[in-house]
Design a protein around this ligand. Sequence first.
Ligand code: CS2
Length: 478
Amino acid sequence: MKRLSDATLAQAGAPVLTPAYDRTTLRTGVVHFGPGAFHRAHQAFYFDRMLAGRPDFGVCAVSLRTPDVRDALAPQDGLYTLAEKEADPTYRVIGSIREVLVAPEDPEAVFARLASPDVRFVTSTVTEKGYCLTTAGDLDLDHPDVRRDLQRPQAPASLPGWIVEALRRRRAAGLAPFAAISCDNLSDNGVKLRRAVLQLAEARGEADLARWIEAEAAFPCSMVDSITPATDEALRAQVDAALGLHDAWPVQRERFTQWVLEDRLGADAQAFADAGVTVARAVAPFERAKLRLLNGAHSTLAYVGLGLGYETVFEAMGDPRLARFVERMMREDVAPTLDAPELDVPAYIGQVLARFRNPAIVHRLSQIAWDGSQKLRFRLLETASEALAAGRPADRLAVGVAAWIRFVMRQSAAGVPIVDPLAPLLVETAQAAGPAVDRFLALDGVFPPALAADPRFRAAVAGAYEALANDPASALAA
Ligand code: CS2
């Protein structure tokens, strides 16, 4: 079977949608950090839509560590297939990624793109851990990547390190800054990225640069949403069959997709809006609703569901106890913490639950369970803190937290590796002596200290931890 590429694109099977623009006329206007499946299923899809009218929105994708994506996509001229998994699936070849660079191989090539006058946006999907933050939301100056970036600013390891050095070079060249758009699942993601960048510039001893960034550079907040299961063999086979060409790394997602971007996009705002992006004055209400409802429910389903022996979101939602539990958590515990006048919250909850029940999506709970130490804060802990501060209980919110502790205990007892940047610390904590819940709540890189010290939260987590072991139905009946 021939490989997908510019040269073979015209041979793609008839049902497959292909770029409706001439790729030879594209220019790179966006540098993206972290070209994993989510980026390729989401932002790259929106840029692909923009390119018909705006050839200056081509993307240079940068991998911070591994060459896998470059190795798969370079022989395909950056082309790959996006499958929308529904009862009536569709396949679309995305043409927006013009090149993939592997940062450690050639940092200067990356800086050349970042310092190009054509580049107006830097987007990122480096996951929660890629921002190197403390639980208080400051740049963690003890983080190994941050320490390295202070020693070797010309060959950065962290996202803030790349942005600070790139903005320094743009300023020295008399260029305007790019706008840096975080597309990760953190509350106030733009505010957090901006703070990390400013703190790193200060720590580098470049106070002037920090002032310039503060005054000139935009860090729009964004909310991104589309359920994107990891690529599996079934998808590869379906795509090759539909395309009649071999695609080494297709991606898949549900049809639903949403990108809400804070209106700090200058003259380009309309181009984003025309591509289906919601350009909004305030993103926080959308972002919070999505993180706390969808992602909070996802993590709860993942940790409780894995404990009950389920493998996918669809299977977990097939257990009426679990489905009822997450619905009550969303409606009774999360919704009251949201202040989102532009959103019909009850209807949104209904949509999210329906998306979880999409039978065409095989979304592994083990995938969602990754990086729990980084995700819990934005998904469940901030919600719990606010509920308690308002005098409401956090018992149901504590069930997902207790199930995470059980999950870590189980994996570590079985010697199964935990995918989490804090894995060594988590395993050490799991194997230490004394009550497990106390040991975990003492991890200040996971739990904000004020919440961990709150006796109501401690009692809720401890109670759920016991119930999950002895009688899971009772934990879910809460
Ligand atoms: C999931 C998210 O893997 C996870 O942790 O909760 O990736 C989720 O599917 C997306 O945020 C949906 O937009």
